[in-house]
Design a protein around this ligand. Sequence first.
Ligand SMILES: [Fe+2]
Length: 390
Amino acid sequence: MALKSGVYLQLAPVLFGSGTIKELGNKCKELGWKKVMVVTDQGVAKVGHDAKAANILKSAGLEVVIWANALPEVPDYNVLEGAAFARAEKVDGLVGVGGGSSLDCCKCVAVVAPNGDGIVDDVIAYLTGQKKYAVPPLPQILIPTTAGTGSECTFVAVITHKKLNQKIGLPSHSSFNIIDPELTLGTPNNITAACGLDAFSHAAEALTEVKNTVHSDLLAYEAMRLVAANLRKACSNPMDLEAREYLAVGSNFAGISFSESGVHMGHSIAHALGFHHHIPHGVACALVTPPTIEFAATHYPEKIKAIAGSLGIPAPSGSPAQIGKVVADEVRKLMKDVDIPSVGKLNVSREQLLDLAQYVDGEPLCTTFAGPVTRAEIDKALASMYDDYK
Ligand SMILES: [Fe+2]
């Protein structure tokens, strides 16, 4: 089969490696910044990662203000608070330190601070390219402290939009990223597991999103291999630096892959589950990944068959449905081994889960699969999330 044409994309350079956070001050100076706002959340502040970043910045002679108020799932009002703080402090640049919510909040603040709060009201116009930002966003350096979201290398920040009653992406990306796996050492098992499977879901969906390229496929398969080979190790020994390094780079590869390609039905369902039942993003993504793989296999059995190599199992044979089941079951085993809870254990009933189809059917993200997505397939995926993983 001829190779598909498409655009290779990497939005910002990445400095990768254990201990590399020490380069933060030099990088900010190189960018010409004098006053920096560190955006983080209370959890990260408790561990002291924001203070570590601030000390490095101060040692480099920069003025630093810390805003440790980023909230989980990036509520729109929280972004406005952060933007007001950035405006009042007249900062030159932002340093986001934390998991997906802190990084996405930082990315939103970068856009809203110079352009005004109306940006959030008009998110759809900016997401669809009908409107462009009047003022360039504040430059930002993102430093993930979890290995999962890939937010540091994607072109949107996911915001919880109250008026629109959904999670939606606001276009924004960083200027530079520092991925220091030492910052992920000691992350609790439940967070490590959810973040790792979020990364896996990005890669698995990127393979069959409409914009996938040979480059995004390459990164996706390697990301899945790195997560599958290291997630159990990191969960059983949270201080295993080698496993953390591989997960950190795997998460980043998955992020680059889905920033270039995209995610589709799985994330559409995960966003609905997160929004309506407050299930953490990574857990929702884990739960929806096996049925999404089974669905994708009916259209692209060869691509799904190749995931077996990333999972370290023999390539399955048989019908597309059989191939999908073998690969999906292997992912379910990984989920079980790292204690991902079932939908039932999260106190969401089968009926409530099936009810989410109304929010997913026709939702823009769901339409980006490289093929049709019918209501029957959405219903089937939701039922499988409940019935096939207990
Ligand atoms: Fe995700």
